[in-house]
Design a protein around this ligand. Structure first.
Ligand SMILES: [Zn+2]
Length: 201
């Protein structure tokens, strides 16, 4: 499913419409919890966007590339043992499961639930702070996979988790400094953060 608008542009608004359409169509049991939960998190907008793309099943996994008629093997690019769909990439691939174990977050095995159901369930039982960390870890798991596939560079699970936490802390500190600045002023700290952030994208 593609979540872009009529011009094919993927926006927060079109993500919302598409996700709500999925909920109304109603296969996503925890969809509302998922949507409201993500909306309220104090994380970078690009990470929220990543979670919505994961929920809408449009991350560029080998399964989704195949749906777009890219002639590519369905097998996971990292472990080589299973079909590479969103569930496998973000929950059950061996490298992914090791990251969730490092963070002491219970993930799902290959034959359990969907990513949306899993995250929606976590929102029901976890604090906002914990969910912000979970969101950042999921995003860093995805980035680490891309580094493995495209650069042949892998982080250890503890590095993925620590990087997610330190990135979240740095982003929150930068945001808080920005919020405390009088109207129109631009701080030196935010200029430094902007340069730092470019390296993360
Ligand atoms: Zn795998």
């Amino acid at each position: 499913m593609w979540g872009g608008d009529h011009r094919g542009i993927y926006t927060v608004k079109s993500s919302y419409k598409s996700l709500m359409g999925t909920i109304n169509g109603s296969e996503v049991v925890n969809g509302v919890d998922f949507w409201l939960g993500v909306w309220n998190l104090g994380i970078r907008p690009s990470v929220k966007n990543f979670l919505w793309r994961a929920a809408l099943d449009i991350l560029l996994t080998t399964c989704n590339l195949n749906k777009r008629r890219v002639p590519i093997s369905l097998t996971c690019s990292v472990c080589g043992g299973f079909k590479e769909d969103v569930h496998h990439v973000l929950l059950s691939c061996s490298t992914t499961a090791a990251c969730w174990a490092e963070a002491r977050v219970e993930a799902l095995s290959g034959d359990q639930g969907s990513f949306v159901d899993w995250l929606g369930g976590l929102f029901k039982q976890s604090t906002k702070n914990k969910m912000e960390v979970v969101a950042m870890i999921a995003w860093n798991i995805w980035n680490n996979r891309n580094s493995i596939v495209w650069k042949n560079q892998a982080k250890f699970p503890y590095q993925v988790v620590n990087y997610a936490k330190s990135h979240l802390q740095a982003w929150k500190q930068a945001r808080n400094r920005r919020l405390s600045i009088p109207n129109g002023a631009v701080s030196t700290d935010m200029n430094q953060w902007s340069r730092l952030e470019i390296g993360y994208v």
